[in-house]
Design a protein around this ligand. Structure first.
Ligand SMILES: Nc1ncnc2c1ncn2[C@@H]1O[C@H](COP(=O)(O)OP(=O)(O)OP(=O)(O)O)[C@@H](O)[C@H]1O
Length: 902
């Protein structure tokens, strides 16, 4: 007999069929349009080419969105109190009469679908959830929101909650999925919150913060497409594994205008993956480091203590400290970044040297052209260049920061009294005394040419030549540009006494170092030492620890904000070199963009097509570069919106970088202060954000845990209370009916784990490696959990130093479960963790991820790690969606007393 459910399902299937038929039609129409546009040769005029590209881009984007809508096209319906029904889906669709037949989940009218309750039905009498597989309706669940919404025969249909619970209990696939069908009201409110400002989404583990942040990105792109398609959205997540975990959500929602990055990838050209102790990373993130970097830049703008004497042809030229100081002051007053202020410095000193040559030429006055020639000749002299470069070198951020950390004296000068000696020791590569003990080390004349010859050759060299052009022009202005009267006070040196005092105070230490520049160890003013590269053997083995095989420095994620800070103060040498060319190109591009914008307007495609990208395609090589692609390669790109996941981990220095990437400061920051790994972490969002954004942010809280079952949360809540009694864990939305268990090492014999005895051989395990009985217990638990998880995922979570051994052991013992295709190397297997039925990971690597089951190894060891042990334990415990087993030796930490012992 047909039930009411069957009848309803047949009705819904008929409607779904209509929707898919229409989707196919619209896709075919769009495909035809795209084909037509691409085949149309047009008239070949620029205008016809632009028009063609406008249409092609619009059709291609639309087609991509229609394709993304194929799975779960429609997932719900609203019955209004006036008898209307509205279907909600992944995209909006209209029939051939242009009547809407499906509403995009982000449209304002869809809000009621997510927010209506019995108490506040928002004009609805019923909310209906449709479960589908492919193009077939497989289930219906109703939430009656008023008497009219009750099932006609009184039969109780499953509720929307059942749909949610079913979704949450499903085995995990290793990838996050969109949640548009089951978004909860508190989440929907955050997703649709206004975009102008900083929104902090705070909530415990599993409350959907990440999911909400991604859906908010999709909502903002839909709602503000014209702006965000051009500027892009930047999403920053804690690790590459995490980014892979979430990377399908936005494409499944039809959105691609997003750039994903880890903190280690936020500086173009640098992939910072090296590791370092937590206390070093923490210090590098300290706001004082901004001043240290600024100090390092100033330290590279040097004065000689004594007069420099240069033999040039038959002339003896002299650069006294006052002359150099005047040039330096002028350059600093230009308020330009170091590399471009260098032009001012060079111009001043070359003018001075030119004047000296002119004075020494018998017969006196020369015309402007002749003086210009002298300036050019001086600049062509390698020794003179070396001196000037030494006093004010052209620098890349990598050179500045690399030199800072490998030269203890430079670090001491840059830091002044901002860092303690102990802190400086944490930062530096070399033992402190090395450089100081080498008298007469030619810091200026030596370092600068080395810098020019090392990495980034083309850039700095080209910039140099560019400088020279400037100088030739400046030489014509010599008498006024030099401007120094006999008393040495240049005209613009008056005023801003404070500035001058500051300059002097800040420079004293650097100047002392500069003394050694160009001054021989005997201390008398003498010849400039020949440029030389420092002694490569000094501290080489120590430095090697920070460098890769090719001698390149291996950057850590905490270095990235320092590089960015340096780039800000230095300016980009390559950019400086190409400045004029870039300005010219930008002028031309602006004109092209203006024209493209006109065409976009004319065709009524505003908001659907990015005029800038279009202009690029038209003017440059005919390859489409999206805003996201531009943004990824450009440090100066201003994103339209910033999303930061695990925002509680962001250091003050990283905030500085992030706000530079999003100067409009419209951002969604999601995190949980209780999960912070950093020692001394802030206890409130105000404390975390105050140094960078004052009070200008709003905090929204999520309170329901959709991931972790109640039984596991009860255990985790104890850990949270031990961390801070005032914190409360989120309430779990479901229970699974079994409690987490603990198994003591030794209860599983080595012989009980097939292959383990053979794997270990006869040699005893080294003292600092996991014991044979621990390996046996972990392998046993992992196999058991994997069997119960069916197609789902299991994580073995251990302290970092045990991870590699455990990974190698499980790959050998459970080859069908723990080995991922193309990953036989335990060291690189973390990246493939998402694809393996069983993965071995550290707590840091599991941040933001989830698994059907977790095997937590030696929780007591987590508590002794140098990070925040209880916070790490809390993170580890809250990764499971179904089951948790703890493997331990000795005693269980008292905070886990609630576990059932096996
Ligand atoms: N409304 C919802 N419908 C279905 N699933 C949901 C819903 N909200 C959250 N989830 C699921 O709950 C799980 C946890 O979500 P998410 O990872 O976003 O939490 P989180 O707050 O970022 O957690 P953590 O702080 O531990 O990283 C995910 O599988 C997510 O898909």
């Amino acid at each position: 007999m047909q039930t009411m459910q069957d009848v309803e399902r047949a009705r819904e299937q008929a409607y779904l069929d209509t929707l898919y038929t229409r989707l196919d039609e619209v896709r075919e129409i769009t495909r035809e349009q795209l084909r037509g546009v691409l085949l149309d040769v047009g008239t070949g005029t620029p205008q016809s080419i632009v028009e063609r590209d406008v249409f092609a881009a619009a059709h291609a984007d639309r087609l991509a969105r229609l394709d993304a809508a194929e799975g779960r096209l429609c997932f719900g319906a609203m019955d209004h109190d006036d008898g209307r029904r509205t279907y909600i889906g992944r995209i909006g669709l209209s029939d051939s009469e242009q009547e809407p037949i499906l509403v995009d989940w982000r449209a304002p009218v869809a809000t009621a679908f997510y927010r209506a309750t019995l108490a506040d039905p928002q004009g609805l009498v019923r909310r209906r959830h449709l479960r589908t597989r492919g193009r077939e309706v497989t289930g219906i669940a109703d939430d009656p929101l008023g008497p009219l919404g009750a099932a006609p025969d009184g039969a109780v249909a499953p509720s929307g909650d059942s749909m949610l619970l079913e979704t949450l209990a499903a085995p995990r696939t290793g990838r996050m999925h969109d949640i548009i069908a089951t978004l909860q009201a508190e989440q929907d409110r955050i997703i649709r919150a206004r975009a102008n400002g900083i929104l902090v989404v705070d909530g415990g583990p599993g409350t959907g913060k990440t999911a909400v942040a991604l859906h908010r990105a999709a909502y903002l792109l839909y709602n503000d497409r014209a702006r965000l398609d051009q500027s892009g959205v930047l999403i920053v997540g804690p690790s590459p594994v995490f980014l892979r975990y979430i990377d399908q959500v936005l494409p499944s929602l039809g959105e691609t205008g997003v750039v994903f990055a880890t903190p280690g990838r936020l500086f173009p050209g640098v992939d910072a993956t090296a590791d370092e102790p937590v206390e070093v990373a923490t210090l590098k993130g300290d706001p004082r480091m901004a001043e240290v970097v600024a100090g390092a830049v100033r330290d590279r703008q040097r004065l000689p203590r004594q007069e420099l004497v240069i033999n040039y042809d038959d002339h003896v030229l002299r650069l006294g400290q006052e002359t150099v100081a005047r040039a330096r002051t002028r350059a600093r007053r230009s308020r330009r970044p170091h590399n471009s202020a260098r032009r001012v410095f060079l111009r001043e000193l070359l003018a001075e040297l030119t004047t000296q040559v002119v004075r020494q030429i018998r017969g006196g006055l020369l015309d402007a052209d002749e003086r210009g020639q002298i300036t050019r000749d001086l600049w062509a002299e390698e020794e003179i260049r070396a001196v000037l470069d030494g006093l004010w070198p052209l620098l890349t951020p990598q050179q500045l920061i690399g030199d800072l950390f490998s030269d203890s004296a430079a670090l001491a000068r840059a830091a002044g009294n901002r860092l303690t000696p102990g802190e400086r020791a944490l930062l530096q590569d070399l033992p402190p005394a090395v450089d100081l003990a080498r008298p007469g080390r030619a810091l200026s004349g030596a370092d600068a040419p080395r810098m020019i010859r090392s990495g980034g050759v083309a850039g700095p060299r080209a910039a140099d030549e560019d400088d020279a052009d400037d100088l030739f022009a400046a030489a014509n202005l010599l008498p006024t540009a030099a401007g120094a009267g006999p008393n040495g006070a240049p005209p613009d040196d008056r005023g801003r006494a404070g500035d001058r005092a500051g300059d002097r105070a800040g420079d004293r230490a650097g100047d002392r170092a500069g003394d050694r520049a160009g001054v021989d160890p005997a201390g008398h003013a003498g010849r400039i030492p020949a440029p030389r590269t420092g002694d490569p053997t000094v501290g080489a083995d120590l430095a090697a620890a920070r460098r890769g095989a090719g001698g390149e420095r291996r950057w850590t994620p905490a270095d990235v904000p320092l590089l960015d800070e340096a780039a800000e103060l230095l300016g980009d040498p390559e950019e400086e070199a190409g400045l004029e060319a870039a300005r010219r190109a930008e002028r031309e591009r602006a004109e092209e963009r203006e024209y493209a914008r006109g065409v976009v307007d004319m065709l009524g495609l505003d908001g659907q097509v990015d005029a800038a990208a279009l202009a690029d395609r038209w003017s440059g090589p005919r390859v489409r570069r999206s805003a996201a692609e531009h943004a990824r390669a450009d440090r100066g790109w201003a994103f339209g919106h910033l999303i930061v996941d695990e925002a509680q981990e962001v250091s003050p220095m990283l905030w500085r970088l992030l706000w530079r990437r999003c100067p409009g400061r419209t951002a969604t920051l999601v995190g949980d202060l209780a999960q912070t790994a950093r020692p001394g972490a802030p206890t409130s969002w105000a404390e975390l954000l105050a140094p960078v954004v004052d009070e200008r942010f709003t905090v929204e809280r999520l309170s329901v845990n959709y991931r972790t079952p109640q039984e596991i949360m009860d255990v985790a809540a104890e850990v949270l209370r031990a961390q801070n009694p005032s914190l409360t864990a989120p309430v779990s939305v479901r229970a699974v009916g079994h409690r987490p268990t603990a198994v003591r090492v030794g209860e599983v014999a080595v012989e009980d784990v097939p292959g383990l005895a053979r794997l270990l051989g006869d040699a005893p395990s080294p003292a600092n490696e996991p014991s044979a009985s621990l390996l046996a217990a972990v392998a046993h638990a992992a196999r058991r959990e994997a069997a119960a998880a069916d197609t789902g995922r299991v994580a073995v979570i251990a302290r970092p130093r045990d991870v590699l051994v455990l990974r190698a052991a499980l790959m050998a013992l459970l080859p069908d479960l723990a080995v991922v295709p193309d990953s036989v190397d335990p060291a690189s297997a973390a990246g493939n963790a998402l694809d393996a039925p069983v993965a071995v990971l550290s707590v840091a690597e599991t941040k933001g991820l989830e698994f059907d089951a977790v095997v937590l190894v030696e929780p007591a060891a987590l508590l002794t790690e140098p990070t925040r042990g209880l916070a790490d334990l809390y993170v580890a415990l809250t990764r499971a969606t179904r089951s948790l087993s703890v493997v331990y030796s000795g005693e269980l930490p008292p905070v886990l007393g609630g576990l059932d012992l096996e």
